[in-house]
Design a protein around this ligand. Structure first.
Ligand code: SF4
Ligand code: MG
Length: 322
């Protein structure tokens, strides 16, 4: 396993951003971590990168426990794990040229001299579909899509084992989102890195992720192979997310009944009792308010769900209530 997260908890004061989350990512595997804003998914990414200190739980990167590593001890491991940020503009230093930005990790880790770095940067730019002449430009001279390609080049130049991508396309125009997603897919296949791909939009990870984990208020409510999640979403929340996602096939789109969730995501300061989703779940019943469902896999099919209504021979249908 490249990444193993065991019962991770991260509280910011009263805010229970992540509240007992476990997941793992194998070599060359892409995991899509999906949830609405406020679900805690970005906090998971920040804990993995040690940009914030976990409150409790364990994180192992390529077999090494990094949960409480100091900044200094973490430094050599920064070669192995890299992040692609949501906003490609604010994450690129405006005073640096593209060559300086993309080559910086090589110099920082003492992997290449300034002269050697130039050649590697040119090759990397080509790999992300940018002309080598771009090297001398500054971030403000580039389009949003080009800047995100620069962000990718910077993240990949050290050939990391794991890439954490936090909403890497959501700040981009819809017209360029697909091309950047295709590029990430191609690069992942060529280079074989593992990826924790964080997104609020399930449809973004349909063709990229091997597995999907759906988060709600600091916990995973369902996870499984991508094809299974799309074919048979078991948790009412996943069913609702999927019902709102666009599908390419017009027949499937017409057949699908839209599940509209009432209200907003409750505050993570004081999450609902019992099942955290009960305040918005169309199928909620008495037990949901008092007893918290465990994440279990009754069919032992690598597809665990946290809902009282899911059993070995029953999958609830949140669209059937109205
Ligand atoms: Fe809905 Fe109850 Fe299942 Fe939670 S446990 S998802 S409230 S039916
Ligand atoms: Mg976020």
């Amino acid at each position: 396993m490249i990444l193993e997260i065991d019962n991770l908890v991260k509280h910011y004061g009263q805010v229970r951003a992540v509240d007992g989350l476990s997941l793992s990512i194998g070599e060359g595997e892409v995991l899509g971590l999906v949830g609405e804003s406020g679900s805690g998914k970005s906090t998971v990414g920040k804990c993995v990168l040690r940009l914030t200190e976990p409150t409790s739980g364990g994180i192992r990167l390529a077999g090494r426990d990094i949960t409480h590593l100091s900044r200094r001890a973490m430094r050599p491991l920064r070669r192995d794990v890299h992040i692609v940020f949501q906003d490609p503009y604010s994450s690129l230093n405006p005073r640096f040229t593209i060559e300086q930005i993309v080559g910086e990790p090589l110099l920082h880790h003492g992997i290449a001299s300034r002269r050697e770095a130039g050649g590697r940067v040119a090759a990397m730019l080509e790999q992300v579909g940018l002309r080598p002449e771009m090297r001398t430009r500054f971030p403000h001279e580039l389009s949003g899509g080009q800047r995100q390609r620069v962000g990718l080049a910077r993240a990949l130049i050290l050939e990391p084992k794991l890439v954490v991508a936090d909403e890497p396309v959501s700040a981009l125009d819809v017209s360029v989102q697909a091309s950047v997603l295709n590029l990430i897919t191609d690069l992942q296949r060529e280079m074989g890195f593992s990826c924790l791909f964080i997104t609020h939009d399930l449809s973004v990870v349909e063709f990229l992720a091997d597995r999907i984990a759906v988060m709600y208020l600091g916990k995973i409510v369902e996870s499984g192979p991508t094809a299974q999640i799309f074919a048979e979403p078991r948790h009412p929340y996943t069913q609702a997310l999927l019902s709102a996602a666009p599908v390419a096939d017009p027949v499937r789109q017409r057949e699908r009944r839209r599940i509209v969730l009432g209200g907003d995501v409750p505050s993570p300061v004081d999450p609902p009792s019992g099942c955290r989703f009960h305040t918005r779940c169309p199928l909620a019943y008495d037990a949901c308010r008092t007893s918290e469902p465990e994440l279990t896999d009754p069919r032992t099919s690598g597809h665990p769900v946290a809902c009282h209504l899911v059993t070995a021979d029953h999958v609830p249908d949140a669209a059937a209530t109205r």
